[in-house]
Design a binder for this molecule. Sequence first.
Ligand SMILES: Cc1cc2nc3c(=O)[nH]c(=O)nc-3n(C[C@H](O)[C@H](O)[C@H](O)COP(=O)(O)O)c2cc1C
Length: 210
Amino acid sequence: MSNFITNANWRYATKKFDTSKKVSKEDLASLKEAIRLSASSYGLQPYKVLIIDNPELRAQLRPAAWGQSQIVDASQLIVFANITNFGEAEIDLYIQNLIETRRIPIEAVQGFADYMKSKIKTLPVEVRNTWTSKQTYLALGNLLNAAAELHIDVTPMEGFEPEKVNEILGLEKIGLNASLLATIGYRHEEDETQHYVKVRKSNEELFINL
Ligand SMILES: Cc1cc2nc3c(=O)[nH]c(=O)nc-3n(C[C@H](O)[C@H](O)[C@H](O)COP(=O)(O)O)c2cc1C
């Protein structure tokens, strides 16, 4: 079996973290790199990722996340925040990065920039916000798999109230919206969930071969 599959079987959405264990700086750097390398539509990465260690801030956030204990017990809380009202300014920043990174003249990518702008401009703001939010799920997926390889536990979380999280973290005024949360750390030995058998659709149910 590939390591990927072995690790995918090892991981589970952790319900109870060991509060005495902390993710090392090196491992955190690897997880950040896995997030940073995530694929995104056009490569635009239309989100920011907050890494929250601060215990007081996490205690404040817990009620906004359905009181889930992982928020305070895990080593760190990660907030994937999509950019709201994504538009021309953000595309210009991407294009600037692209021409500097690849050392190419702006003329080589002007057509691509104009194309992206024309596509995105036509979308109503709610559709654009949904689209930027969707991109955060790919980053979460990379985090889950990279963490599993390092035997670091993660709980992906949609169980929270975005308005409240936005308010506490002051996200709205900087053009961001809490799209997803994830807590990282190490499973508590008493977390019964780690022994549960995975429930997944069968191949027959999931795949359609044409
Ligand atoms: C986007 C997303 C949101 C989730 N939200 C929560 C959550 O708020 N709290 C929680 O305990 N688990 C949450 N889960 C975990 C799922 O319930 C879990 O991944 C699923 O039951 C499959 O089990 P496994 O990940 O342990 O294999 C979430 C998972 C995903 C992918």
